[in-house]
Write a protein that binds this ligand. Sequence first.
Ligand code: SF4
Length: 58
Amino acid sequence: MKVKIEDGCIACGACESICEAVFTVEDVAVVNEANIAGNEECVKEAAEACPVSVIIIE
Ligand code: SF4
């Protein structure tokens, strides 16, 4: 699984609260790529919860 954040993140914090191992929100969300393996389910939940749909799973 690859995960990226497109432009447009509003730094709401939802992805980090759902899947804090993978997402860290500062000015915008960033992906901690080393932690994706084993956290795929919460990555998907975060992508679905993102209010502006900028979490892209490839
Ligand atoms: S849920 Fe979406 S808008 Fe909110 S911080 Fe994460 S990537 Fe940004």
